[in-house]
Design a protein around this ligand. Structure first.
Ligand SMILES: Nc1ncnc2c1ncn2[C@@H]1O[C@H](COP(=O)(O)OP(=O)(O)OP(=O)(O)O)[C@@H](O)[C@H]1O
Length: 267
């Protein structure tokens, strides 16, 4: 019984602390690291993230992890070349505003170990539509840019070619592995392991992409209002009349485009 009383007191104490913390509403967006939030509760963390989102601050540290909120719209200048350069040239990038470029830059610096190069891994995780694909593209753009910045014109051409190949492979992979779902009109239905290979001078030498766990069942079944993999619609859209008759498609059959899907596939 004593234990129950003490738990109750602690709970009430905590509620008071949460209330006291949340009362400073205009301060909530200033917490750029969630480990500085006190007390750390679901309510305090979410309120801080909400306040930051409302002030167009989409990145927040959580110790050594970075929390990225999806703005669901283009944010001017957030990913410009100048911003990249600021993070790349800063003596302590972690002192700048939280950004995906801090994670990228620290990994880039850590590759160069004291004695031997040290492999770095970045894990991008989150629920469907959270912005993982977007974030991976930002990381690749960053590495491709900084890994080319200090090289000769010839090397730069080589680096740009690798970057272009990796980025150009995206639409092909997305055609076969992405589909329109209720949460994301261009949802990746497979996992991706992207490896960027740097030489000892930290120039981009090569890249490889491994895919795994493709949601194969989608070929045979899609939940209501969801779609099959993009490739099927693309094939139908591009088919000639002969192909249509060969595949037993009616001459007038047209794939009905959802506006946002059409934008993704045709873009
Ligand atoms: N930082 C960002 N700035 C602007 N728009 C963004 C950003 N992050 C995500 N988005 C938007 O959100 C949409 C969904 O993001 P994305 O496809 O990256 O999610 P995902 O986590 O990879 O989803 P899934 O697991 O379903 O593949 C993107 O098409 C893009 O329009």
């Amino acid at each position: 019984k004593n234990q129950q009383v003490s738990n109750h007191t602690t709970y009430n104490g905590m509620e008071e602390e949460v209330k006291a913390f949340l009362i400073n509403e205009e301060q909530l967006h200033t917490f750029d690291d969630l480990t500085k939030v006190n007390p750390v509760t679901t309510a305090t963390v979410l309120k801080c993230l909400q306040a930051r989102y409302a002030t167009s601050l989409f990145y927040t540290h959580a110790g050594c992890t970075l929390v990225a909120l999806n703005p669901f719209q283009p944010v001017p200048n957030l990913y410009s070349f100048n911003i990249m350069r600021d993070y790349h040239t800063a003596s302590r990038p972690q002192d700048l505003q939280p950004h995906i470029y801090i994670v990228a830059e620290l990994a880039f610096r850590n590759v160069q170990g004291q004695v031997e190069p040290i492999n770095q891994s970045l894990i991008v995780s989150g629920e469907s539509g959270a912005g993982k694909t977007w974030t991976s593209r930002c990381l690749m753009n960053y590495f491709a840019t900084v890994a080319a910045s200090s090289t000769s014109a010839k090397c730069q051409e080589h680096v740009e070619r690798i970057e272009k190949r990796v980025l150009d492979s995206n639409p092909v992979m997305e055609a076969f592995g992405n589909a329109c779902t209720l949460r994301n009109h261009n949802s990746s239905r497979f996992g991706k392991y992207i490896q960027l290979q740097l030489n000892r001078s930290q120039q981009l030498e090569g890249a490889s992409v491994h895919t795994y766990l493709l949601e194969k069942t989608r070929v045979a079944y899609q939940a209501p209002s969801e779609r099959n993999f993009h490739i099927f619609y693309q094939i139908i859209k591009g088919a000639t009349q002969e192909q249509r008759s060969e595949w037993n498609l009616s001459k007038t059959a047209e794939f009905v485009w959802l506006p946002n899907v059409a934008e993704t596939l045709e873009g």
